[in-house]
Ligand binder design. Structure first.
Ligand SMILES: *Cc1c(COP(=O)(O)O)cnc(C)c1O
Length: 448
């Protein structure tokens, strides 16, 4: 039983090693990803994985939980301290289940809710039609203006007209600071709960690099694996404002998570969350979060200097949205695949007033949390911006055909083009060279 995975399961072991080589030799620019510390990996990979502990600290349905209680209590206390809130629940399995619990705690089936439209950068769980949150509730979607900023006038009007029970603020592709004051006022005027989903920016919020929603929102949700740099997971917090609106809100949230939606918490994940929160309150993390934003702005500058258009012409946070419409519509797929060929990982993304579709969008989304973790700074961002710009221009002649079958054939031809492309190949070599100076996990045995 105690044999090493390299002996018991060589296939999986091999895949893990290959993933290690991939991440070491590439630039991870997906803004929702990050590389956690060895301490977080150690907290995740141990026998806390094996425990059952339904319930909450000191109120469990299973025995043997004295040390789980220690871990969960530490995680809760650290979350409260880091975000400066009176209540935290650290059990949600991930960001989406955390958001579902907010609905269960605050709404009844069929109630009206409001959220940020998905093609405008919002998250599925904020009421999008493909998510149950858009099917079990009457969801009213708000948008960004053509300039990429939230349309506060529209949000105010919709809230007045529809009187939603719950309003979400927060997004998965939004590059500017969230206007929490304005949203707080709109929610108060409508009598709605304001839930701030800070999944992407929670690390920036702890570090004081993005303003905090605490004074304005009733409820705050976050993932723990994005800028917060912890294990995959979710946290739900209730603010003093939330408790003032509804003194039972904290209990309602806890009951919504368990027994409402989940069974046993993932105690190893809780241990990892506690470690990540501990790290996030250290001075080094503040420096890290500041560097994420400096890098994001430096990358934006480099791209724009090289003739690339960005949504809102820049960024306030860790994320950038490239508007590819000057080169055609629906072409995010070409740029994503060409960059991947050069070991630069990004995702295609819709842009405001998307002229194509979510599957074939006209933008790409970039982020700096992971490459900042490796130690890269402004000087590297300048190079990376130039490489991305060069590759965008290299594939700018490709135009997405309309027919489904034509598309498949065209994409295959495109693949052949990028495999043989000399420019992309030479950038890939430079990327690998750059990464050698910023090695990931140098002391992890599996990567030796
Ligand atoms: C990532 C994200 C989530 C969901 O997180 P999962 O852990 O993938 O379920 C929720 N809301 C926002 C705004 C996100 O960016």
């Amino acid at each position: 039983m105690m044999n090493d995975i390299s002996k018991t399961d060589p296939e999986i072991y091999d895949a893990i090693k290959k993933e290690g080589v991939r991440i070491r030799n590439g630039l991870e620019l997906i803004p929702s990803e990050n590389y956690v510390s060895k301490a977080v990996l150690q907290a995740l990979g141990n026998f806390f994985n094996c425990k059952y502990s339904e319930g909450y600290p000191k109120r469990r349905y299973y025995g043997g939980n004295q040390f789980v209680d220690e871990v969960e209590t530490l995680a809760i206390e650290r979350a409260k301290k880091a975000f400066k809130v009176p209540h935290a629940n650290v059990q949600p399995y991930s960001g989406s289940p955390a958001n579902f619990a907010v609905y269960v705690a605050t709404c009844s089936l069929g109630d009206t809710i409001m959220g940020h439209n998905l093609p405008d950068g919002g998250h599925l769980t904020h009421g999008w039609k493909a998510s149950v949150t858009g099917q079990f509730f009457k969801s009213v979607m708000y948008h960004v203006k053509a300039d990429g900023y939230l349309d506060l006038e529209e949000i105010r009007q919709l809230a007045e007209n529809h009187k939603p029970k719950l309003i979400w603020v927060g997004a998965t592709a939004y590059v500017r600071e969230f206007p929490f004051e304005e949203l707080g006022k709109i929610a108060d005027d409508a009598g709605a709960y304001l839930a701030a989903d800070i999944a992407h920016i929670s690390g920036l919020v702890i570090a004081g690099v993005h303003k905090s929603p605490v004074p304005r929102a009733h409820i705050i949700t976050t993932t723990t694996h994005k800028t917060l740099r912890g294990p995959r997971g979710g946290i739900i917090m209730v603010t003093q404002k939330g408790l003032d609106k509804d003194p039972d809100l904290a209990d309602k949230i806890d009951r919504a998570v368990f027994p409402g939606l989940q069974g046993g918490p993932h105690d190893n994940q809780t241990a990892g969350i506690a470690v990540a929160l501990g790290e996030a309150m250290k001075p080094e993390f503040k420096e890290y979060a500041e560097q994420i934003v400096k890098n994001s702005k430096a990358l934006a500058k480099s791209l724009m200097n090289n003739g690339i258009k960005l949504v809102t012409d820049g960024t306030d946070n860790h994320m950038l949205l490239v508007d590819l419409t000057p080169f055609g519509k629906g072409n995010g797929i070409f740029v994503q695949e060409a960059l991947e060929m050069a070991n630069i990982t990004v995702n295609k993304n819709t842009i405001p007033a998307e002229p194509s579709s979510p599957f074939y969008p006209s933008g790409i989304r970039l982020g700096t949390p992971a490459i900042t973790t490796t130690g890269m700074k402004e000087k590297e961002m300048e190079k990376i911006g130039k490489w991305i710009s060069d590759i965008i221009k290299e594939v700018k002649e490709f135009k997405l055909p309309d027919g489904k079958e034509e598309r498949a054939i065209y994409l295959k031809k495109f693949k052949e083009f990028i495999i043989k492309n000399k420019k992309i190949e030479s950038i890939k070599k430079e990327v690998i060279d750059l990464c050698k100076g910023f090695p990931l996990y140098p002391d992890l045995d599996i990567l030796k």
